[in-house]
Design a protein around this ligand. Structure first.
Ligand code: HQG
Length: 171
């Protein structure tokens, strides 16, 4: 089991409030590992355990830099390269959000990007965080891409995008 408490602190520092830890993120979200270790008072081995064992692949470690792969709310857009996603991606949410989403499409709300899952099972578990009654929406990515919607790869299982208009969603 990885250290959930440390993982949550890392998410807070690398996604939401780096300034509280005296960290600076570059335009792709990277920050020096040494700075994060100093800020959290943990060893490199502890950090590596979390990066390796995080079931959702939340973090990325590259030599002397570390970043969150998704989930950001920091002001200042985290830049990612667009990619080609699977033909279907899924978004799990509370049923109570259905009317609003089917009117306005999927919006990032408090984060920088809308988060999409590669499997319905994963979307269901994401949706369960929001309520008992889960709605899993399917995104038709080829149609959205043809209309100019860009998809950014968070990791193997999470894709990001700025907005999915309702016409590319179905239940
Ligand atoms: C909803 C977790 C009304 C949207 C997960 C969602 C994910 C709308 C909520 C990652 C809407 C935002 C992100 C609209 C979207 N009207 N509601 N037009 N458009 N929404 O938590 O996708 O464990 O910011 O459906 O696994 O739930 O933290 O996004 O319910 O990958 O690593 O607004 O966070 O990962 O909620 O979750 P969130 P999310 P971690």
């Amino acid at each position: 089991m990885h250290d959930v408490r440390l993982s949550k602190k890392m998410s807070h520092a690398l996604r939401h409030a780096p300034w509280l830890y005296e960290l600076e993120l570059d335009e792709a979200g990277w920050t020096p590992v040494a700075d994060l270790l100093a800020a959290l008072g943990v060893s490199r081995a502890q950090l590596e355990d979390v990066v390796r064992d995080s079931p959702k692949q939340r973090f990325e470690l590259a030599d002397d830099r570390v970043r969150a792969r998704y989930g950001h709310s920091v002001p200042g857009r985290i830049v990612r390269a667009p990619g080609t996603p699977p033909a279907e991606l899924y978004h799990g949410t509370a049923e109570s959000a259905a009317a609003s989403i089917l009117r306005d499409g999927l919006r990032p709300m408090r984060r920088q990007y809308v988060h999409l899952s590669v499997t319905t099972a994963m979307a269901e578990s994401v949706g369960r965080r929001k309520g008992e009654r889960v709605l899993v929406l399917t995104v038709n990515t080829p149609a959205a891409r043809a209309a100019g919607v860009e998809f950014l790869r968070g990791n193997e299982i999470v894709w990001l995008t700025e907005h999915v208009p309702a016409e590319f969603l179905h239940g």
